[in-house]
Design a protein. Sequence first.
Length: 287
Amino acid sequence: MAHKHGFQALDRSLKYVLYSNLLFGGKVVVFEGDFRQILPVVQKGTRQDIVNASLCSSYIWSECNVLSFTKNLRLTMGRPSTDVEETRLFTKCLLDICEGNVGSPNDGVATIDIPDDMLIKDYIDPISKNFDFVYRDILQNNENQHYFQDRAILAPTNEIVDEITDSLLKFFPGDEVEYLSSDTICSSEYINDTVDTALYPPELLNGLRISGLPNHQLVLKVGVPVMLLRNLNQKEGLCNGTRLQIISLGTRVVIARIISGTNIGHRVLIQRSPMTPSDNKIAYKFQ
């Protein structure tokens, strides 16, 4: 669900440019999105604030004509009929959950029975069992870039991501290479207001876990898959979310092979880069 304020700004701009009081200046505008995605994020907003920020609460909603896609060509073209049918059943299961057709009538909270064929029943070490299921025969396919293109593990929290990463590193041969961040307070942000750097020692900054930033300690091995967290060079395909595989680990640079996007197979150099978190909840700016 997109944030409605961006559409309102576009509406005003087109009316001004086209000298028209019609919605979007009389131009046909196509929005795209998924109504089953999460609602817009409103910092410190109430439930009502979040709902009011969605497109459905905008004054333009009554003028919108909703079009729905009913067939996923990307997942069905060129695939065997058995795979297509399996995909259809899995998609139907997800849609039934999203639309509240599974379980008893509820107001947003319900218990759902997941089919046994979708479960990994190992309560002793579920993360390792999940890893073995997704990355089976990983050592035999370490040099095959297509092997990692078709596999990924989704995790609900950063803590579980760290656990999965530790399990992944154990399966790869070779020595680990450790990279440490150098965290400092941005003094340029406090030109008119001095800040006591003693209140923010490096140990405190190193221990922060912030979404969108790597941890203070980054451990890598040659051959492991990684994902970029920043847009470095869009022309070269180095964007947020691009997946790569490590080829070489140097002191100041990492050499990797792109395994997703439009530049699959290209070798790129990733160097140390300054990063500043954009989270407004942090009371101070650091790099």
